[in-house]
Design a binder for this molecule. Structure first.
Ligand SMILES: [Zn+2]
Length: 343
């Protein structure tokens, strides 16, 4: 039996390797183990066991049932008959001659993004690759909507949401009176390396007040200077919560969007308490998030989107992104022509 990690978005530490029993662990990020892990196991002709350790000491206290992926990139939750949960580990049975991907969340890397972008066929779309992939749709003299995702690399479901957003903007011609500037993967290095929240110790969402440290954030900030920033949308995923939600303080957005629950903005104190209780960590709430930074600088509206990582349905997030953006832009005729795609 062998474990493979030589591809983008893979991430696991191999602790002990015996012929048909391999002990692995999610990588450490700070003092806790990452909620993101991904590897491929391929077996010889004897049954094998993968022991996944340290699942009770991850950054976020979430249910840790792995997904298995097949060659086509489909993921399903590992069947109950195939694993056993012990004190701090999960033991996965691998049948003779099996090969499959084991992953906490669906893997989505720059290769997936490039494959998606290659399907776009519209004169309204400009794709740049400087510090990071940048997609501009529409006329830059119009009010701009900036959309970013994957500041936290392990929050992979946000990428399917953003694919839906991009296709909806094009299909429904939402660029007629707006310009969209989209950065689907802000933390490219972290996505390549299979990190969950941090890259080189940095939480990108707390780095917006710095300069010269994170090239991608510097680039986005300098681009904003050249556009009329009206709206900022930051797409994330939530490890703990079971439902998708958005946070905003804009009443008109709350009225337009009805396909996802809209919660009020959290105060810094509430964020602090929530982090302490749910994530068992102390956060410095006085480092501004991307949203707080952009909102303060441009006086624009801002939206935080949080997709639950306990629901791994990618198609659902694609469709949610597709209908969310057209509802938000006040174009509601979208439902009839969602270009639902097989994945
Ligand atoms: Zn996040």
């Amino acid at each position: 039996m062998k474990i493979r990690t030589n591809y983008p978005g893979s991430s696991i530490d191999i602790i002990e390797e015996k012929e048909n029993r391999i002990i692995v662990s999610p990588k450490l990020e700070g003092k806790k183990y990452s909620n993101y892990y991904n590897f491929i196991v391929s077996n010889d002709d004897k049954e094998g066991i993968i022991v996944l350790k340290n699942i009770n000491n991850q950054q976020y206290n979430a249910e840790a049932i792995p997904l298995v992926g097949n060659i086509k990139g489909n993921y399903i939750k590992l069947d109950k008959s195939r694993y056993e949960v012990n004190e701090d580990s999960l033991e996965i049975t691998v049948k003779p001659n099996e090969e499959f991907e084991v992953s906490s969340y669906p893997r989505y890397t720059k290769e997936n993004l490039d494959a998606f972008l290659s399907t776009i066929d519209s004169n309204e779309v400009t794709i740049n690759s400087r510090a990071l992939k940048e997609i501009i749709i529409g006329d830059k003299e119009k009010e701009a909507v900036f959309i970013i995702g994957r500041q936290h690399p392990g929050e992979t479901l946000s990428s399917y949401f953003i694919e839906g957003v991009i296709n909806s903007i094009i299909d429904n011609k939402l660029y007629d009176n707006k310009c969209f500037v989209i950065y689907p993967i802000v933390n490219e290095q972290g996505v390549e390396d299979g990190n969950h929240r941090f890259t080189l110790g940095y939480d990108y969402n707390r780095m917006w007040n710095t300069k010269g440290v994170i090239e991608e954030i510097d680039h986005i900030k300098s681009q904003m200077e050249d556009f009329k920033v009206k709206t900022f949308i930051d797409v994330h995923c939530d490890e703990v919560t079971k439902q998708d939600y958005i946070r905003t303080k804009e009443e008109d957005i709350k009225n337009l969007v009805d396909n996802i629950q809209v919660l009020a903005d959290q105060s810094q104190l509430k964020r602090f308490v929530r982090a302490l209780v749910k994530q068992r960590k102390i956060i410095n709430v006085f480092d501004k998030t991307a949203r707080e930074y952009v909102q303060d600088k441009y006086g624009c509206e801002s939206i935080l989107i949080e997709l639950s990582l306990s629901n791994i349905d990618r198609e659902e997030r694609y469709n949610l992104g597709y209908s969310f953006i057209s509802k938000m832009m006040g174009a509601t005729k979208d439902e009839t022509h969602i270009n639902s795609r097989k994945r």
